[in-house]
Design a protein around this ligand. Structure first.
Ligand SMILES: [Zn+2]
Length: 226
């Protein structure tokens, strides 16, 4: 077990400040020099881990204005929690000593849209592997749909708030990560690890915190989960 070098608050504040620079267009591009590359050639000691969507518009290091050795990253369609992502986050916590995990949903997510489609009366055909991944998002689709519509279980893609589905799914992913990992849950309980679930607004570039777990103070966005 590697102890964290910073508090969850310190690790989060670095990311929040980096995103504020990205939103303002005042990027510093830190830690991207040849000297930094060479400094890291023997080892890494990132303070933050990132679980996000594979979407080409959601590039972790760019939107937090950080660089080499700063973020330990895993991405898949719709930032789904599964054995692979749990193991990756456990490695970040136990072996590398990260102090914060950011789980990042984003607006206009293709995986959320595909999961909504799969919950409609006439779903498109998808491969078995993609269907299995989307099944992780479908409970959030159903919850959001049934909160507003009780007349039919089949979702009308035009009548559901996809970004609200994304926020519900974000909460599910974080709960699943903690449920599936004693290492992660223990680190949160001990105050060594914080988990911040955020939704990324593509147009503004803003990372809006929706849910936070652990000993850190994060100002949540107005659309935060109730
Ligand atoms: Zn996505």
């Amino acid at each position: 077990m590697t102890d964290p070098r910073v508090t969850p608050q310190e690790a989060w504040d670095v990311l929040a400040n980096g995103n504020a620079r990205f939103v303002e267009g005042q990027l510093l591009h830190p830690q991207q020099s040849a000297a930094r590359r060479s400094e890291l050639s023997g080892s890494q000691a990132p303070n933050a881990a990132f679980l996000g969507c594979s979407d080409s518009r959601v590039a972790a290091e760019i939107l937090f204005d950080c660089g080499l050795g700063d973020l330990f990253v895993v991405r898949n369609i719709g930032q789904i929690s599964n054995d692979n992502t749990t193991a990756t986050m456990e490695f970040a916590v136990a072996e590398l000593g990260v102090a914060v995990i950011v789980v990042l949903a984003h607006c206009s997510c293709g995986a959320v849209a595909a999961a909504i489609n799969q919950s409609s009366a006439h779903p498109n055909e998808v491969t078995p592997a993609i269907r299995r991944e989307l099944e992780n998002i479908q409970p959030a689709v159903q919850q959001e749909w049934l909160s507003e519509h009780r007349e039919t279980p089949y979702v009308d893609p035009e009548a559901i708030d996809a970004d609200a589905v994304g926020r519900r799914h974000l909460g599910t992913t974080i709960n699943s990560l903690m449920r599936s990992s004693r290492v992660i849950s223990d680190a949160v309980a001990a105050g060594r690890l914080g988990i911040v679930g955020c939704q990324y607004q593509l147009e503004e570039g803003r990372v809006s915190p929706i849910v936070a777990v652990g000993r850190l103070s994060v100002e949540l966005a107005p659309e935060a989960l109730a």
